[in-house]
Write a protein that binds this ligand. Sequence first.
Ligand SMILES: [Zn+2]
Length: 75
Amino acid sequence: MGTQAICGECGRTLDEAYHYCPWCGVSRERETVAALVDRAVNRLDRAFRNGVDTRISEMEARLGEMEKDLNRILS
Ligand SMILES: [Zn+2]
C-alpha cells in the first residue's frame, strides 16, 4: 500500500493521512511552519464558512416565518 507511513518515533505503520502517530502521539513528520500555518488557516476557513452557513439558515428560517405571517395577514 502506498498510503502507509512509518512513525519515526515508535516505528509502527500508520496511515499517510495522519499528521500525528495514533500510537505514540508524536508528529509524523517535522512539519514546516508553512504547513502548520496552512492547517490553522484551513481550520479557520472552515469555521468561518460554518458560521456563514448557520447565519444563512437562520435568515432562511426567519424569512419563512415572515412569509407565513404575510400569508396569514393577506388571506
Ligand atoms: Zn509513533
